[in-house]
Design a protein around this ligand. Structure first.
Ligand code: 1GP
Length: 235
């Protein structure tokens, strides 16, 4: 049970973390080793998850990744069907920005019988969907609305409520393929209010965007689409 420790150690050492997100739905299992070789050297974690993934595909992708990397593989599931025992940990996501009970408690209850048969490290994670300038898959699938970027105090209050409820990580999400990442102002306001590690993702494609997020207080940046596009054109 040491994936969570990679976050707390990073915070205490003032280090940053970089997770690359793989959507199993669009990932070619046969290219796993090659894909991993091309990732930036500073990659610390591999996240696996998507909004709609065929049954069994997550397990096949995680198994292929596991045989080519020692980096922690963390499930970032769009729903309960993506839970598989081959990963190291799972972000147990609570969609705090929405009011759909299915994503606040429903999927979590359905997850328990599956988790019982795994030794996955379960990490309680508050998940806040913020407007990234286009309708995200998360908003569509969960039937919830993203929060406007200018409502900073509301976002801060939600993050704090999540921490008080026991979340071990807080994830600010602009949505995969967002036009606009979560703003520096939101990241730093949330960072000032909470003491748990902060993850930021959605629409981050450049080194500058990544550094802005770290400087504002993100412990981890998550990048997905950027590497998907690269892998498709390079392989
Ligand atoms: C999505 O935050 C992640 O959940 C990554 O987003 O695909 O835009 O990098 P991108």
């Amino acid at each position: 049970k040491n994936v969570y420790q990679t976050f707390t150690s990073a915070v205490s050492a003032s280090n940053t973390l970089l997770a690359i997100l793989i959507d199993p739905d669009v990932f070619e299992v046969a290219t796993a080793a090659q894909f991993l070789r091309k990732l930036p050297a500073e990659t610390t974690h591999i996240f696996v998850g998507g909004s709609s993934v065929p049954n069994g595909k997550t397990s096949a992708v995680v198994t292929a990744l596991k045989s080519s990397t020692a980096k922690p593989i963390v499930l970032f599931p769009g729903n309960v069907s993506q839970i598989c025992k081959e990963a190291d940990a799972i972000l147990f996501l609570n969609l705090l920005s929405g009011r759909n009970p299915e994503y606040l408690i429903g999927q979590h209850i359905k997850a328990v019988p599956k988790l019982r048969h795994t030794s996955l490290e379960v990490i309680s994670t508050g998940y806040i969907l913020i407007d990234g300038g286009n309708k995200s898959a998360v908003a569509r699938v969960t039937a919830t609305n993203a929060l406007p970027q200018d409502d900073i105090q509301h976002i801060v209050d939600i993050a704090k409520a999540g921490e008080l409820l026991g979340a071990k990580l807080m994830y600010l999400e602009a949505g995969s393929g967002a036009k606009v990442p979560v703003s520096e102002a939101i990241i730093s306001a949330v960072k000032n209010e909470i003491s748990i590690p902060l993850i930021v993702g959605g629409g981050i494609k450049t080194e500058i965007q990544k550094q802005i997020a770290y400087k504002a207080g993100a412990t981890m940046v998550v990048m997905g689409t950027h590497f998907e596009v690269r892998s498709a054109s390079n392989l």
